[in-house]
Design a protein around this ligand. Structure first.
Ligand code: ZN
Length: 268
């Protein structure tokens, strides 16, 4: 699943194409849009802002209308010079917004909706989001308040993944952050100090920002061989820990059973 760094990178690419301008063309070619008439409803309106919040992208148009996108596991955004070959089949395009010779294209949804500004404020998925891990002015106090207000019996790995506690984090960065902080993702949140959990968040924030600048290319552990994974624990089940040699373990965690990866020796 794309994490906050990938989403912010996409927003950074879309912004110069659309923000501050009325798109020359806006199409929703996918049959699912049927008679939803986005072209008509958005005609003549400028895009006031392109925002990334956690894993959501918002295209805010003049006059109280906003396009809300969430990529889940399958969606993607691309920006192209007009006439360039797209990275996905054109039949999978849900939205094409062109200005001049450049276009922003959303593929495969799966969440792509046009909503009023007031609805975005009350939409539970958006209104309940915790502080954005990638925000420059990330609010540690607000993050801790959310975490401490959550079920203290949850494993810390599971609690960290909850977008109401920390928006924009995903399974890769959760796993890597716990490793870098030496924190066992299975420890109950009640047994994790503020300093320990902040260590995990402070470890990943600069790495996520670096990944954002590199277009989602992750560099944490500098690999010794070409093709080697750049990560410490994520998807390294059964391989030796790069620090201590113990074998990396993996198991599903939380209500969503998302796989968490950890070193049983380095993380306590
Ligand atoms: Zn280890």
């Amino acid at each position: 699943m794309p994490e906050g760094d990938t989403i912010h990178y996409a927003a950074n690419r879309i912004r110069p194409v659309l923000a501050g301008h009325v798109p020359d063309e806006l199409r929703t070619p996918h049959p699912r849009f049927g008679r939803s008439r986005w072209e008509e409803r958005l005609a003549g309106r400028a895009v006031e802002a392109v925002e990334a919040i956690g894993k959501h992208i918002l295209l805010r148009f003049e006059g109280d209308l906003t396009i809300h996108s969430h990529l889940r596991m399958t969606g993607s955004w691309g920006t192209y010079a007009k006439g360039d070959r797209w990275r996905r089949n054109p039949r999978r395009a849900w939205l094409v917004a062109r200005r001049g010779d450049e276009e922003a294209v959303q593929f495969d949804g799966p969440v792509l909706e046009l909503m009023t500004e007031s609805r975005t404020r009350f939409d539970r998925r958006l209104a309940l989001l915790g502080p954005d891990v990638l925000a420059e002015d990330f609010d540690e106090g607000r993050f801790l308040a959310r975490l401490r207000g959550d079920d203290a019996g949850r494993g810390i790995g599971d609690a960290l993944l909850d977008q109401r506690n920390l928006a924009g984090i995903g399974n890769v960065w959760k796993s890597e952050g716990c490793f870098l902080a030496g924190l066992d993702p299975w420890r109950r949140t009640a047994q994790v100090s503020d300093a320990e959990v902040l260590d995990a968040v402070r470890a990943i924030r600069p790495l996520m920002r670096m990944s954002l600048e590199r277009g989602g290319r992750i560099v944490t552990y500098e690999p010794s061989r070409r093709g080697d994974s750049p990560l410490w624990v994520f998807e390294r089940t059964g391989l030796p820990c790069r620090r201590c040699g113990a074998l990396i373990r993996a198991r599903g965690q939380g209500d969503d059973n998302r796989t968490t990866y950890w070193c049983p020796r380095c993380q306590t």
